[in-house]
Design a protein around this ligand. Structure first.
Ligand SMILES: O=C(O)CCC(=O)C(=O)O
Length: 395
């Protein structure tokens, strides 16, 4: 980050607090909380974004909100922020802050001011106003979204390199709002007749498979040649990745995190695998755990099936995000699930079921508001169904 970029960055120091629960119970004793500290250096518009304002407010209000709404034991700070913004109290806070912000006339030509207004309208679900202010912010940055979206990927990436953080977050917000509008206004889909097709792996050519990808038809491949050199028993997994630690994910009701999963500490893979013998109903998930990055010994044992080997992300530069992340591993006890989600970049996705049973439910991505699901069940044929259900995935 250059010095100029750094100067424009507002550091959100309020949320989450360092020691979250303890911190909140100490709130009334601590004068510091009355005057939240935002470290800034020479920024033009110093008003808080909706999330920053909400975080400051929530530090005081959370005990009362928990009493009233419960929030089902949710601990994740981002989920709490999202849930509280939807409460009557949260909306009132946002509306009154927004009124104050709009009376401020100091920043009429400052793109950051309009970005901030847009974040409030976004939180309040006033999509039209959010878009209006977001567009104004981009215009003041001399950025034209239509011209940006018409660019070739390479040119766009070049352009991004010339932008500072403030400009990038403005583009991000505008794109998100546009996407949301598109999803909400799309009423009748052209055709959702995309039944899952089951095909013998060996009968499908790469070209045919690309055709399915283009038309977004989910495919269940049968009799895929075994991509694992060894039998991935629990003992084998322990001997290759048992000593590795991973972040334990758990499905949490009401969570607004990725696929409704929240991180609950970390664990050794061997301890996790051994816990399957016990009689517990823990819904712990080793989820999307990168084999190249975290488990190279197991990665060596796996050959990505040829038909899905052309992974766009491996064509980015080595230091790019996700360049080396896949294939990744999923393991859980029977009955564990992740929630409905659209993958990052809206990318295509595949999984190979090594052992156990797994159920996937697909919805047409064009109409998330009117889902009609398609389900694919699969069961590993070379082994009796077991509570162990690892799979390897790549985009
Ligand atoms: O298997 C799962 O629980 C979800 C996998 C998935 O869709 C993903 O990681 O994006």
């Amino acid at each position: 980050m250059t010095e100029t970029e750094e100067e424009t960055v507002e550091l959100l120091t309020e949320w989450p607090p360092p020691d979250y629960e303890a911190d909140l119970s100490d709130y009334h004793k601590d004068e510091e909380y009355q005057r939240p500290q935002v470290k800034r250096r020479r920024v033009t518009c110093d008003l808080p974004t909706a999330d920053l304002s909400l975080a400051r407010w929530l530090r005081r209000q959370l005990p009362d909100l928990r009493l009233k709404y419960g929030f089902d034991g949710v601990k994740n700070p981002k989920t709490l922020l999202n849930l509280s913004s939807e409460t009557e109290e949260g909306r009132r806070h946002l509306e009154s802050e927004l009124r104050i912000l709009q009376q401020d006339t100091r920043f009429e030509v400052d793109p950051k001011y309009y970005y901030i207004l847009s974040t409030f309208y976004d939180r309040l679900h006033d999509l039209e106003k959010a878009l209006e202010f977001s567009l104004k912010s981009l215009a003041l940055h001399n950025l034209c979204p239509d011209a940006l979206s018409a660019m070739l990927v390479g040119d766009y990436l070049e352009k991004l390199r010339t932008l500072n953080e403030e400009e990038k977050i403005s583009i991000w917000l505008y794109s998100k709002l546009k996407k949301e509008k598109c999803m909400k206004t799309q009423t009748q889909p052209i055709s959702y007749d995309r039944k899952v097709v089951s095909l013998e792996y060996c009968d499908v050519s790469a070209e045919q498979f690309q055709g399915f990808c283009k038309s977004k038809v989910p495919v269940l491949f049968l009799n895929v040649p075994n991509p694992c050199k060894n039998d991935w028993t629990r003992e084998f997994l322990k001997s290759t990745i048992g000593e590795c630690k991973f972040d334990v994910k758990k499905p949490v009701k009401c969570s607004t995190e990725w696929a409704g999963l929240e991180t609950e500490g970390s664990k050794l893979v061997s301890d996790f695998l051994e816990s399957f013998d016990g009689d517990n109903s823990d819904r712990e998930y080793l989820f999307d755990w990168s084999l190249p990055l975290h488990g190279p010994a197991l990665h060596e044992d796996f050959t990505v099936p040829e038909i899905v080997a052309d992974n766009y992300l491996t064509r980015t530069s080595r230091e790019s995000l996700y360049n080396q992340s896949w294939p990744s591993l999923f393991i859980s006890r029977a009955g564990t699930n992740s929630g409905l989600h659209i993958d990052a970049f809206g990318s295509h996705f595949w999984m190979y079921l090594v052992s156990g049973e797994k159920k996937w439910t697909f919805y047409p991505s064009e109409a998330p508001s009117a889902p009609c699901s398609r389900t694919a069940w699969t069961q590993c044929s070379d082994r009796a169904p077991s509570p162990l259900c690892p799979a390897t995935a790549s985009v």
